[in-house]
Design a protein around this ligand. Structure first.
Ligand SMILES: [Mg+2]
Length: 120
């Protein structure tokens, strides 16, 4: 499937991209919510959005709400390493916004793929 990965950390985007491409998925990348929303609007066939929460320009929670407004059927996986508060508080917030799954950083490729398998 076509998957959009939004994270301001290039190393995380690269890791997720490699992991997903190995499984035959098509991957689009964006480094913040503004860029991510642009990609969502450009390609209507994205079925899963994986988004970080803490990002400059436009953060994840706002991005999740805008993406759901644009495409209510879009599946969303929120990922976060958290700030000072740790990942859980942000992921609970994402969960409250109606995401399909959350994953705390750091995670392995195997954990990521398992999580995606459960969403589909
Ligand atoms: Mg971040």
């Amino acid at each position: 499937m076509k998957i959009l990965v939004i994270d301001d950390d290039a190393a995380v985007r690269k890791f997720i991209g490699i992991t997903l491409k190995q499984e035959g998925h098509e991957v689009l990348e964006a480094e913040n919510g503004i860029e991510g929303m642009k990609k969502l609007q450009e390609s209507k066939d994205i079925s899963l959005m994986i988004t970080d929460i803490i990002m400059p320009e436009k953060e994840g929670i706002e991005t999740i709400m805008d993406a759901k407004k644009l495409d209510p059927s879009l599946k969303i996986l929120a990922i976060s390493g958290g700030g000072k508060a740790g990942p859980q508080s942000y992921l609970v917030l994402a969960d409250a916004c109606g995401v399909n799954a959350t994953l705390a950083k750091p995670f392995s490729g195997k954990e990521l793929l398992l999580c995606i398998e459960q969403i589909r």
